[in-house]
Design a protein around this ligand. Sequence first.
Ligand code: COA
Ligand code: AMP
Length: 630
Amino acid sequence: MGYKEVYESWKQDPETFWMQAADAIDWDRKPSKALFDDNAPIYEWYSDGMVNTCWNAVDRHVESGRADQAAVIYDSPITGRKETITYIQLRDRVASLAGALKAKGVEKGDRVIIYMPMVPQALEAMLACARLGAIHSVVFGGFAANELAVRIDDAKPKAVIAASCGLEPGRVVSYKPLLDGAIEMAAHKPDFTVILQREEHEATLKDGYDFDWYELQKGVAPADCVPVEGNHPAYILYTSGTTGAPKGVVRATAGHLVALNWSMKNIYNVEPGEVFWAASDVGWVVGHSYICYGPLIHGNTTIVFEGKPVGTPDAGTFWRVIEEHKVRSFFTAPTAFRAVKREDPKGEYLKKYDLSNLRAIYLAGERADPDTIEWTQAMTGKPVYDHWWQTETGWTIAGNPVGIEAMPVKIGSPTVAMPGYDVQILDEAGHPVGPNTLGAIAVKLPLPPGTLPTLWGAEERFRKSYLTTFPGYYETGDAGMIDEDGYLYIMARTDDVINVAGHRLSTGAMEEVLASHPDVAECAVIGVSDQLKGQLPVGFVCLTKGVDRPHEEITAECVKLVRDKIGPVAAFKLALVVDRLPKTRSGKILRATMVKIADNEEFRLPATIDDPAILDEIKTALQSIGYGAK
Ligand code: COA
Ligand code: AMP
């Protein structure tokens, strides 16, 4: 069957399609049906099945002859360390850690926050939680203590599992002071922490509260897998929304297993036993789905890469890993290739390596610009597939279903909707528009298995954020169009979310931080185009009357404040003092117009603008930092 037939077979009979896909999963009790729609528009999948994620990702492969196959390859150019962990070793390590957590009282339904760098223990911690039916929430290492505290207060974890440090090029990031600071700031206090001591920087442990990763496991019985209901939350992953309060995306257990398993062959075209590599971070959804769960559920070998595309040690590092570990399918963000291209435009490093095992390269996380796709394709001689998805969906909404049928690539499009997703372009009134017409991208409900059923402890926010604007649809927050062949084009976000180096950030959250500066009366943050990172945040601040300190002092404090409150990952380095912000007569800040000025794009003067002269001031300010030059 080709793509069209598979997509049609899903559309004709979704229930049969998803029950058949569910056969690939080991159930403790088979679900009686796929979709549970009694509470529509809140949908659930496989709710009455009983299943365990860790069993499906680890133990079942040990039982079925993959015991000695590599499950995880750790490759850390930043430390020079490499390690291969087989499925049986992974099972024993995970069962032991789960046993230790259980002995400390962690049970099904308890939350556990994981704050770890790219080491295999991060995956082991996730899987140990899954083994017990505990709900993990991984927090990216580039977030500051305050962001960690917000997540602790929302998830109310029984325990936090962390490493003593993360490693950035030229910098050791000591995690323990950040964790201590976060726990102090948070109203909720976890019962205990588990700390993986790394030799680059050991943390000081508080007796009786902080437990050493290995010490804690001594003498405890390994834990068995605890079957959970299909709709039991497997994890919570916080992502940026319009305001400073992150959204806790919930992933339900059974749909997650079924959808990720389906995606490994049909989208990434790997067979069990082959090596799959997603160069991302466990703190992001790509890391959850395609460093940890997807490849392991499907019986692949996954790679935990602790390094950067360039500088660890050079722009050949991706190609070295692909050659050395015989990677079949490789997944990363376009920004990573932009970084490689900038250092090695002619592919000199690439020539040193043999990429014959590699079949294809997959890009996601941000818009894939045609230059980057074409360069990567020309240099590697491999097909490059863009695909589009979000933290909320957990897997591809639109992509090239290469394992079913490689569709012709149209550069600029992530290709076509995957089975399970009825993608539509809607006008402002919520009516579907014709081909090649821009509009809001929405997905007809129900969303497929593996996608978010709700937000953690915030069902009203879930309904308001995603289900209200277009009744009967899920609002993606992206705008775009579909052409006459059904190919999707993603053009822009419809909200205040920006994408910096493949990292999703909220300009609203940055504005909240800037507004807390005592000298700032008003502010706006926009995302301007950047050749390397896709977008970069720029902050505009208007000062409180009477403040006459040097502007550079204030902007430097603003930059530091965002780094301290949100974290280095915000990449907030550009702040400008201006007298006024451009607004409509009703007081709405014209952020989109400011973006157009920064990016030298044509724009129509908004009819409702209060005072057009302010735009010239904005342009002058932007020109002082090299933007808005025309
Ligand atoms: N822990 C602590 N700090 C971190 C961090 C982590 N896990 N990840 C990033 N940071 C810091 C960086 O050190 C940098 O700090 P600095 O301001 O002191 O230089 C800051 O956060 C910004 O990081 P980033 O935007 O990633 O920029 P960079 O200059 O370090 O690297 C790229 C640029 C393109 C090489 C890098 O962003 C990259 O590899 N991107 C791949 C994208 C990706 O994996 N996306 C995930 C979704 S698929
Ligand atoms: P995240 O939740 O961090 O994965 O970010 C999801 C958002 O990133 C999407 O809503 C898009 O705005 C953007 N995005 C992800 N993949 C793509 C892609 N292939 N093309 C364009 N934008 C993308």
